[in-house]
Design a protein around this ligand. Structure first.
Ligand code: TXA
Ligand code: MG
Length: 315
């Protein structure tokens, strides 16, 4: 098992030696390595068992640092970064050649983000290189939002997990790219479309729902527990399936089932987002054959929650 701790110097030393360290962010835990070191980046792919065609996000302490790795930044991107960084926003920007091909799977853009977590920002500021970091889970499985989640799945493959407690947002960053200087949302995430639109006006949402290796971005099946997830209206699902073999993931209602997890007892959508991956993990470990789940209201973070639920249920 990996050591879980808050020793920044230890984390820094591993990273400087080309080793990987799991790091907390406000969204999910990341599996981090030196983004400028091809062999460290190759380790990320191998530890996660991630296909080479799926590019990795690069993490920087602030906008000034981002400028060293990308070409001219569109005005709208500057506006978004100034407003939402540090925070759950990844910008797809044209990369400079210092960013290895491996990081971007050969694409001309690199995903850049400045995470909002104090211990990880301190770490980033102490390093002379940015950190490539995908979510710290085996490819296709549920993202980790606590250090123990990382340890359960990758603990035998890495040495150190920087402990930042439970992730405050609980769902990955929103990915925004630019076409003719116009922002496009490619992944729904912790920053709502509504907040982006309040700043830059109407944006289009273009989710790549594909298993096509030439269209890196979003896989149709992802965030998936080992048990089959079935989405629908819970009272109907509970009539159709035997509740003794089913885990129930409800938004707010207590269905009084033996195996259940309520995402948001308060009814608040940010509570549901923070609990989503925690709930899916818990239900996955229960003695059930299937997980029955209902969607969240389709507004704000609810859209990102529903995106994850749909992918977790995809074949
Ligand atoms: O919140 C997050 O974004 C977390 C934390 C650790 O920062 N990271 C994360 O990374 O979710 P990952 O690798 O699990 O998801 C990144 C997504 C992938 O779907 C990848 O294909 C897409 O971002 N991506 C990365 N760079 C890209 C690029 N240049 N063009 C298109 N998609 C890109
Ligand atoms: Mg991921």
């Amino acid at each position: 098992m990996a050591e879980i701790g808050t020793d920044l110097l230890k984390a820094k030393t591993f990273l400087e030696h080309g080793e990987l360290v799991a790091i907390p962010t406000e969204t999910v835990y990341g599996l981090a390595g030196n983004a400028l070191n091809t062999s460290a980046v190759a380790k990320i792919f191998s530890v996660k068992d991630r296909p080479w065609f799926d590019p990795i996000i690069v993490h920087v302490p602030d906008l000034e640092h981002a400028k060293s790795y990308v070409q001219e930044i569109p005005e709208q991107a500057i506006l978004l970064a100034k407003h939402f960084w540090p925070g759950p926003l990844t910008l797809l920007l044209n990369r400079q050649s210092i960013i290895p091909d491996l990081v971007t799977s050969g694409l001309s853009t690199v995903g850049i983000r400045c995470p909002n977590h104090s211990i990880t920002r301190d770490l980033l500021k102490s390093l002379s290189f940015p950190l490539a970091a995908p979510s710290a889970n085996p490819f296709g499985y549920i993202s980790p939002t606590r250090p123990e989640h990382v340890n359960e799945q990758l603990g035998n493959k890495i040495s150190y997990i920087l402990d930042g407690g439970v992730c405050s947002i609980g769902i990955e960053s929103t990915i925004v790219g630019f076409e003719n200087n116009h922002p496009m949302v490619y992944r729904l995430g912790g920053l709502t479309v509504e907040s982006i639109e309040a700043l830059v006006g109407k944006v289009s949402v273009q989710l790549h729902v594909s298993s096509d290796p030439t269209a890196p971005g979003q896989m149709k099946s992802h965030y998936a527990p080992t048990k089959k997830v079935i989405l629908g209206i819970l009272p109907d699902l509970l009539k159709k399936y035997n509740p003794n073999n089913a885990g129930v993931l409800s938004f707010q209602v207590d269905y009084k089932m033996k195996y259940q997890f309520i995402l948001a007892p308060s009814g608040k959508i940010d509570e549901a987002a923070q609990n989503l991956f925690i709930g899916l993990r818990l239900l996955d470990k229960m003695p059930v054959d299937i997980i029955l789940a209902e969607m969240a209201p389709e507004i704000g973070l609810g859209r990102a929650i529903n995106d994850r639920l749909i992918r977790s249920a995809a074949e």
